[in-house]
Design a protein. Structure first.
Length: 164
């Protein structure tokens, strides 16, 4: 999806009818944090990663090897005081991926959060986003162009959202 197509399809938080998703968006995605939490200051997508990890406090975090590791590792360490994992040999509570959904799919728990970093970066990443959207295990996807969030929370209904 090109950026213009994204802008034409994207909705804001007022189009979220689920109270959980509305508060998730307003408290985590749209809320402001001190950009200087990590030096150098965080970009918008990195702020979202920080806020999600800081809020969910996952026990196990998987980070894809092709993501700018030091920067993301620093964000994860600041948010949780834990070291991220680069293999998926245990149950994953949170994953920051580029295109590895099929490799980690069987290792995610029922309350996991998947963050796809740069889902429109290339064809492979775009295909992964489409796979996330169609996967029955994933209840909600939120595509914000530079970052996508997939929630596996069982109490939610299946939705694929494109948000600003």
């Amino acid at each position: 999806m090109n950026y213009l197509s994204y802008l034409l399809k994207a909705k804001n938080q007022y189009n979220l009818h689920s109270p959980y998703l509305f508060s998730f968006y307003n408290e985590l995605i749209a809320s402001k944090i001190n950009r200087n939490v990590i030096i150098p200051p965080l970009e918008k997508d990195e702020q979202i990663i920080y806020k999600i990890i800081n809020s969910f406090q996952p026990k196990t975090i998987f980070i894809s090897k092709d993501i700018p590791a030091e920067r993301i590792k620093n964000i994860v360490a600041k948010a949780t005081k834990k070291t991220p994992n680069y293999n998926c040999d245990s149950t994953i509570d949170c994953a920051i991926i580029s295109h590895e959904w099929n490799e980690i799919r069987n290792h995610v728990g029922p309350n996991s959060v998947i963050i796809q970093y740069r889902p429109h970066k290339n064809i492979e990443a775009s295909k992964t986003l489409e796979t996330l959207k169609s996967d029955l295990k994933i209840k909600v996807t939120m595509d914000m162009y530079h970052i996508a969030i997939a929630l596996l929370l069982p109490h939610l209904h299946k939705q694929n959202l494109i948000l600003r």
